[in-house]
Design a protein around this ligand. Structure first.
Ligand SMILES: Nc1nc2c(ncn2[C@@H]2O[C@H](COP(=O)(O)OP(=O)(O)OP(=O)(O)O)[C@@H](O)[C@H]2O)c(=O)[nH]1
Ligand SMILES: [Mg+2]
Ligand SMILES: [Zn+2]
Length: 301
């Protein structure tokens, strides 16, 4: 039987077969896998073959969203596989999402050509300063090909437009802990009653309420709620490929004097020239350099 994995808890798996029936299944022995070292062999979104309650085969993945457990870890963790689009929830306050986190996430998504929409949640908390910040963020990211939408799960702003984008697709929700991923699930379908958690009064951060990814059939598509992520180590990329994942740099890279230009110190670099002219945002260029620096470190481990 062919089925799609909709939930895993580490050792137990739930799959949905092609007639929409849910089954709890197990894994046993060695599974045929793509060459990736991961802490979790079978992930939400995987298409698998099941025989006698056991997963016998994982189909090759079209893509997956992967993050390294930490900057120093050799092991990576796949959040989900075979996704059509990602909604990255961003909050400008309570908690504040770091720009570098957004950029690292976007690089990973670009590496597998997964389209990303930025959902700016908690607009009900926006002060005039945050409105201005929001305006700057949309002016930065929209031209790069990342649509920006406003959302408030308290006022309901944006929810119907977001629902309209789910039809016929597998959508992954991601973002830091406490940004409202599970609250969005419940807004899309109140019957789901996904567990949500407060943002800590002390640290202004989420409490990591959701601990396993889970896929739900919603609004004519499938939506995957995932655990909130903190840092984001970029994996599976060679240093030379990082600039390809920054659309505004990729556009210019063939104008650099050296074909193997790293866009950092080289003469005749079209990317640094554009950055100096203010055509590439400082925050984006800083994220690029920071990702390269990470990779440089990992060479010596
Ligand atoms: N003010 C405000 N609070 C919101 C909004 N959406 C969600 N929240 C609150 O934010 C807190 C965290 O929401 P969750 O849905 O649990 O966040 P999450 O992204 O699933 O977090 P993890 O599961 O820990 O990754 C809860 O107290 C929600 O009520 C919003 O639009 N405005
Ligand atoms: Mg959650
Ligand atoms: Zn260059």
């Amino acid at each position: 039987m062919r089925a799609r994995v909709v939930k895993t808890t580490g050792d137990r798996y739930w799959v949905l077969d092609e007639s929409g029936q849910m089954h709890e299944v197990h894994t046993k022995g060695r599974l045929r896998m793509q060459g990736i070292r991961s802490t979790s062999p079978v992930v939400v979104g995987d298409w698998v073959q099941v025989r006698d309650g056991l997963i016998t085969e994982i189909e090759d993945r079209n893509n997956y969203i992967v993050r390294r457990a930490s900057n120093l870890s050799k092991y990576s963790h796949i959040l989900a596989a075979n996704v059509d689009q990602v909604f990255l929830l961003v909050t400008l306050a309570w908690p504040e999402t770091a720009l570098e986190f957004v950029d690292r996430f976007l690089v990973t998504a670009e590496a597998y050509r997964v389209p990303v929409v930025l959902l700016f949640n908690k607009t009900d908390l926006y002060t005039p300063e945050l409105e201005e910040r929001y305006r700057q963020m949309t002016a930065l990211y929209t031209p790069l090909g990342y649509p920006c939408l406003r959302m408030s799960l308290y006022s309901g702003e944006g929810v119907e437009e977001i629902r309209g984008r789910l039809q016929g697709k597998v959508t992954l929700l991601s973002g830091n802990s406490g940004v409202g991923k599970s609250t969005l699930m419940n807004a899309l379908d109140p019957r789901l009653s996904a567990r949500t958690g407060e943002v800590s009064e002390v640290h202004g951060k989420g409490m990591h309420t959701t601990t396993f990814s889970q896929m739900y059939p919603v609004a004519g598509g499938y939506v995957i709620d995932t655990p909130g992520i903190k840092g984001f180590g970029v994996v599976d990329l060679e240093p030379a490929d990082v600039a390809h994942c920054f659309p505004e740099m990729f556009r210019l890279a063939d104008q650099c004097k050296f074909h193997n230009c790293t866009h950092t110190h080289e003469a005749g670099c079209a990317v640094t020239a554009a950055w100096q002219r203010g055509e590439i945002a400082d925050s984006r260029y800083d994220s690029y350099v920071s990702i390269l620096a990470d990779m440089d470190q990992s060479k010596y481990r």
